[in-house]
Design a protein around this ligand. Structure first.
Ligand SMILES: [Ca+2]
Ligand SMILES: [Ca+2]
Ligand SMILES: [Ca+2]
Length: 565
């Protein structure tokens, strides 16, 4: 149990923000009350006009949530309850207070029994997250959350001094609220043990939340595109959102981040378990970050008189008189609450949507990101910055990452973007005239395994292939793969799964962040690439050893299909 607690403690250190502090231009006095939100023009994720915000580079006009029609139609998130599971939210913030919901928020500093919202030096992250989802609109101050009349609940699960026990981690998924925003996770350069209580609580939430329609769990994919390699303090590796075992169920919607030009944000974790892309921005210095609420005053939060950096706005200049707002917040920590707000709008448009309907509509209406980007052959660290001795050279002919794939059910998927960029107006239009096809209970097959041990050829693009045959014919919602590998550096291994329909999904990229990891001991990973395909037939695994020093065997592997008959 002690080991378990240590693992969870790692979550605290990994709020998914890449904060860099920076500058702004005049935005006007802060006048509480009604009227236009003075910072809304900087919210490029709401309406991207190519504005620079306070960065040096412009964004790309049109790359945004596509939600203006939805707002014009009167949808605001009214009646929807959003849980901000984070380090706390400043409830009295002038651009949050009218949406804050007392009585059901949780202050874990007092064992969860005190509903007074947390408001301490630890609230920086959660306060910024909350504003992106549901900052108050048309009140004459600040910006506007995506769901600007939704209600906010704050749980300060990640506040310094709060113990992140497995019990609390699972417990906070309960309560039956509408959308839960989790801008946090484990570092993606080691393999913690999965938390059984977490999966149980998620399942309970999707079965019983929202009067049986299922609570919606939104979780950041992570900011570990580049991360310290396991077991190394001086070398960077490429992480993967599948290396966090809390992300291997279909019950969360895992969200990646885009920047204001519509590309994958530089930090955004990638993986076959990503569902969709939202907006997270970059540093706010060279390329725009996000405009959102900041703990009030110039001695608290991210925006403070004393901070350094290029962005004057962050020091209380250019109209940010009381340092109540920031324009340097970013990360998949931002992408998650932006999506959470979008989902609140969807649920308001059609309150009958169940959790699987929401996932389906998001996937069906998403906009393909960089549709012409091809497969990637060279490792991103082929030319390791400043140290040629660390260049990562893959075996000749190898593919490191697949291009967009169109599966046999017609869904387009990419490990970097999931099904693509969230498209609110299209999703709302679909939600309004929608008949659910997800009425049957979700079921899962038992594990179908191949236990024949096979050698993995060393440093060869050919690799080794192996198959299993699934007889159950389900309409797929998610596929889990389980690996047992005997190898002294499993981070060298690329793992690709091919469905009976021929759809390929790169489960693990070669030469990833598990540099110092020995063996896979039945670790489980998730792929969304096969969504809505049929499950019966032959599934093929291909394992390629992309490093030349260590050898090993695929001991056994299997798949589990989650879906409906
Ligand atoms: Ca406002
Ligand atoms: Ca501040
Ligand atoms: Ca090797």
């Amino acid at each position: 149990m002690l080991m378990g607690l240590a693992v969870i403690a790692a979550i605290t250190g990994t709020l998914f923000t890449n904060c860099a502090k920076n500058s702004f231009t005049a935005v006007g006095e802060e006048l509480a009350g009604t009227g236009a939100d003075p910072l809304l023009g900087y919210a490029w994720h709401i309406n991207n006009t190519g504005q620079k915000v306070f960065a040096s580079d412009a964004g790309t006009a049109g790359v945004d949530l596509n939600l203006l029609q939805t707002w014009t139609s009167g949808l605001t998130g009214n009646g929807i309850k959003i849980v901000i599971s984070d380090d706390g939210v400043q409830d009295v913030h002038p651009d949050l207070k009218d949406n804050f919901l007392y009585g059901v928020s949780r202050n874990y500093h007092t064992s969860g029994t005190n509903n007074a919202p947390p408001n301490s030096a630890d609230d920086n992250h959660g306060t910024a997250v909350a504003g992106l989802a549901a900052a108050v609109g048309d009140n004459g101050v600040g910006s506007k959350g995506v769901a600007y009349k939704a209600k906010l609940l704050a749980y300060n699960f990640l506040s310094t001094g709060v113990s992140q026990t497995f019990t609390r981690m699972a417990e906070q998924l309960g309560g039956g609220h509408d959308v839960y925003n989790m801008s946090w996770g484990n570092s993606q350069n080691y393999l913690p043990d999965p938390v059984a209580a977490w999966e149980t609580a998620l399942l309970n939430g999707v079965l019983n939340g929202r009067s049986g329609k299922g609570s919606i769990y939104v979780k950041s994919a992570g900011n570990d595109f580049l991360v310290e390699c396991k077991g190394s303090t001086d070398t960077y590796c490429i992480g993967n959102s599948n290396l966090d075992p809390d992300n291997s169920t279909p019950y969360t919607i895992l969200v990646a981040a885009l920047n204001s030009t519509g590309d994958a944000a530089s930090y955004s974790s990638v993986g076959a378990n990503v569902w969709i892309s939202s907006f997270g921005g970059e540093s706010g210095d060279d390329s725009p970050a996000m405009v959102t609420t900041d703990r009030t005053g110039c001695t608290a939060g991210y925006a403070q008189t004393s901070i350094s950096g290029k962005v004057e706005f962050e020091r209380g200049n250019n109209g940010n008189l009381n340092c109540n707002y920031t324009t340097t917040f970013n990360g998949t920590s931002s992408a998650a609450p932006v999506l959470t707000g979008a989902i609140a709008l969807l649920l308001e448009a059609n309150p009958n949507l169940n959790w699987r309907d929401v996932k389906y509509i998001l996937a069906k209406t998403a906009v393909q990101v960089r549709p012409n980007s091809g497969a990637i052959s060279n490792h991103p660290l082929r030319n390791y910055p400043g140290n040629a001795a660390k260049n990562v050279i893959l075996p000749a002919g190898a593919v490191w990452e697949n291009a967009w794939v169109t599966n046999s059910a017609g869904f387009k998927f990419h490990n970097w973007y999931g099904f693509g960029r969230v498209n609110v107006d299209a999703a709302v239009a679909m939600a309004k005239n929608y008949t659910s096809t997800f009425t049957a209970g979700l079921s899962g097959t038992s594990w179908v395994e191949n236990t024949t041990r096979v050698a993995i050829p060393d440093y060869s693009a050919t690799g080794v292939s192996n198959t299993v045959t699934v007889t159950d014919n389900l309409r797929i919602e998610g596929v889990r793969i389980r690996l047992k590998v005997d190898h002294d550096r499993v981070g060298d291994l690329g793992v690709e799964l091919t469905s009976p329909s021929g759809t390929k999904s790169m489960i693990l990229n070669m030469r990833n962040s598990l540099l110092g990891q020995v063996d896979y001991d039945n670790e489980v990973f998730l792929s969304n690439a096969f969504f809505q395909e049929r499950s019966n037939g032959t599934w093929t695994i291909k394992v390629i050893d992309g490093g030349s020093t260590f050898n090993g065997d695929l001991v056994s592997w299997g798949v589990q299909i989650i879906g409906t008959p």
